[in-house]
Design a binder for this molecule. Structure first.
Ligand SMILES: *[C@@H]1O[C@H](CO)[C@@H](O)[C@H](O)[C@H]1NC(C)=O
Length: 243
């Protein structure tokens, strides 16, 4: 090998090693309709996949997460976008664009949250900002507890009237608000004198979420064991896992 080729060779080796050791999230759409995943990085972390894209039914998309990345993922439904990516979604809309590009989704939306650290990853599914579709996170090839996290039940069909978000024709419940967004009171939002785990307890509303989805966060100070941990895993994130 000529010496001038060596740096390129080394660069290739480094690149390949980085890709192999990166954490991946494979997003799978098992819903019978398209989902437009949204991906919002935590402060200081890079935007991945431009923050959003369309995932047709039965399709998957693998996202490579850089070390120490943290952020949230959700599924937008009922979206229409023009050729330039402008439009809107019935649920989880991120400012009317296909590419969320760092923006979050409008609640209510089921959120998958993940934080990577050198020691272990933390992940959970949260209903703190409400619910729009079922999401499951399954780790594979990791070590540690590596529990399943998710909300598989259809909360839209059991959503109390005061929390319902209906489709434009009013015929279907398309999402279920958290009691905090619906009533905006300190007791439901765990703010003010309710701003700590001792005073902010489960409510009749959060209990409906918790009974239906025991492996998801139902309110801000839900049992911290709802956060799962795993080391060295890759993740499968499934929309509508039971379809
Ligand atoms: C990730 O975080 C750890 C601990 O803070 C740090 O030592 C390491 O350099 C970070 N890795 C990257 C690629 O930023």
């Amino acid at each position: 090998m000529k010496p001038m080729h060596l740096p390129i060779f080394l660069l290739l080796i480094t690149t390949v090693t980085t890709i192999v050791s990166a954490t991946t999230i494979m997003m799978v759409n098992k819903c019978n309709h398209p989902v437009w995943p949204g991906i919002q990085p935590g402060a200081g972390h890079p935007v991945l996949a431009r923050g959003g894209f369309k995932l047709p039914p039965k399709k998957s998309y693998t996202l490579f997460l850089p070390p120490n990345w943290s952020g949230r993922l959700w599924g937008r439904e009922g979206c229409t976008f023009d050729h330039s990516g402008h439009g809107k979604c019935a649920t989880g809309d991120c400012g009317g664009t296909l590419f969320c590009n760092g923006a979050g989704g409008a609640p209510p939306a089921t959120l998958a949250e993940i934080t990577l650290t050198a020691e272990q990853d933390f992940y959970d599914v949260s209903l703190v900002d409400g619910y729009n579709l079922p999401i499951a996170i399954t780790p594979f090839k990791g070590t540690g507890k590596c529990s399943y996290a998710g909300c598989v039940s259809d909360l839209n069909v059991m959503c109390p009237v005061g929390l319902q978000v209906r489709s434009r024709d009013k015929r279907r419940v398309v999402a279920c608000k958290s009691a905090c967004s619906a009533f905006n009171s300190p007791r439901f939002c765990c703010t003010g004198s309710y701003g700590n785990p001792q005073t902010c307890k489960p409510t009749a509303y959060s209990k409906i979420f918790k009974v239906a989805c025991p492996r998801a966060y139902s309110y801000a100070y839900d049992d911290p064991t709802s956060i799962a941990t795993c080391t060295g895993a890759n993740y499968l994130l499934t929309f509508c896992p039971h379809h």
